[in-house]
Write a protein that binds this ligand. Structure first.
Ligand code: HEM
Length: 144
């Protein structure tokens, strides 16, 4: 499983706190993400975006508990992986997701730098590895 160092967990949480204070972070993120391709825009067509923004926010707030291996959180993230497999989300989509998220953080976090970026990258990798505990994401994409 991918992990995150204590220092980077702290950097990630501080950055998450800074962006949480800003209005519009999740709106901008999904705008960036859907602007990446017609395929992504199509996947989100007619979804309840307000609900989804709220759920993504809650999920990012769970990263510390995930690192501590809290069973409820671990099970929740596994379920999230299965939901995304059913939606036929693959590795390409995750790369675009990561790029859109990092671009949005850079825009909203006044203290964004290479270290903050690295901390987010570790946190995202950890969430993804908990979503797909049995297979690597490469296997997951190849199996579809
Ligand atoms: C680590 C990366 C990601 C995280 C943390 C994440 C998080 C979430 C969460 C929390 C939900 C709500 C699940 C529920 O309770 O119904 C969700 C749903 C969804 N996600 Fe993701 N997601 C990620 C990556 C992606 C990617 C790459 C795509 C590709 C397009 C995607 C597309 C969707 C769609 C279409 C839904 C369903 C919305 C609905 O039920 O109407 N997600 N995601």
């Amino acid at each position: 499983m991918s992990t995150i160092t204590k220092t980077n967990l702290k950097r990630f949480q501080q950055s998450l706190r800074r962006i949480s204070l800003k209005q519009g972070f999740y709106d901008t993120f999904y705008d960036h993400f859907m602007a990446q391709s017609d395929e992504i825009a199509g996947i989100f067509h007619a979804r309840d975006m307000d609900q989804l923004k709220g759920k993504l926010k809650e999920t990012l707030q769970m990263v510390e508990d995930a690192l501590l291996g809290k069973p409820g959180v671990v099970l929740y993230l596994e379920m999230l992986g299965r939901i995304h497999t059913r939606l036929r989300v693959d590795q390409r989509h995750f790369e675009m997701w990561k790029e859109a998220l990092l671009a949005t953080i850079e825009h909203y976090d006044d203290e964004y730098d290479a270290q903050v970026q690295k901390a987010w990258e570790e946190a995202i990798e950890m969430v993804i590895s908990l979503m797909y505990p049995e297979t690597s994401i490469v296997d997951m994409a190849a199996s579809q």
